[in-house]
Design a protein around this ligand. Structure first.
Ligand SMILES: [Zn+2]
Length: 166
């Protein structure tokens, strides 16, 4: 079974061909785009993780995510926590603290990130990745033009995934 695209997880073509061939088969990571993706766009300033977009979508990505892209992973995680309190109608800060007694800060952050992805603590890496893919597609700005709330959720989903991967 072959999928025509793989959002966020670029396909790589056959090594052993010329460099040009290898580049030409990497697809743009933008949802629904079947152009070659030869413009790397770092997900975060200090992250080795990259999206690969066609020129048009690299431009769109930069316009939309300038604000987020400039953040370090740590800053992005902080933004994520703020956004979870606001954008998602999250439990208030009091509950956040009360439910966390006996739980480390890292566990709290992980649990919050899991919550963003609609998962519980038993989620394995494959489930995390699958949930990230679904939610990133669902809330992608390209699928929700002009929807600021979706854009905020999209950022939260990316930040949550970055945190859970770390
Ligand atoms: Zn594209």
């Amino acid at each position: 079974m072959t999928r025509s695209k793989s959002w966020g997880f670029p396909r790589w073509g056959g090594y052993g061909n010329t460099r040009q061939d290898a580049v030409s088969v990497r697809m743009c990571d933008w949802e629904g785009c079947n152009e070659a993706g030869d413009c790397p766009a770092p997900k975060f300033r200090d992250s080795p993780e990259k999206f690969w977009f066609c020129q048009e979508h690299a431009g769109a990505y930069n316009r939309n995510w300038n604000y987020f892209k400039g953040l370090t992973q740590e800053e992005a995680a902080r933004v994520m926590r703020e956004e979870m309190k606001q954008a998602r109608g999250f439990r208030d800060a009091g509950t956040w603290r009360d439910t966390s007694s006996g739980v480390t800060k890292e566990e709290r952050e992980r649990n919050a990130a899991l919550d963003v992805l609609g998962l519980d603590g038993a989620a394995d890496p494959a489930e995390i990745k699958a949930a990230f893919r679904d939610l990133a597609k669902k809330h992608h700005p390209d699928a929700n033009p002009g929807d600021d709330e979706a854009a905020e959720r999209f950022k939260s989903v990316i930040a949550a995934y970055e945190l859970l991967k770390a």
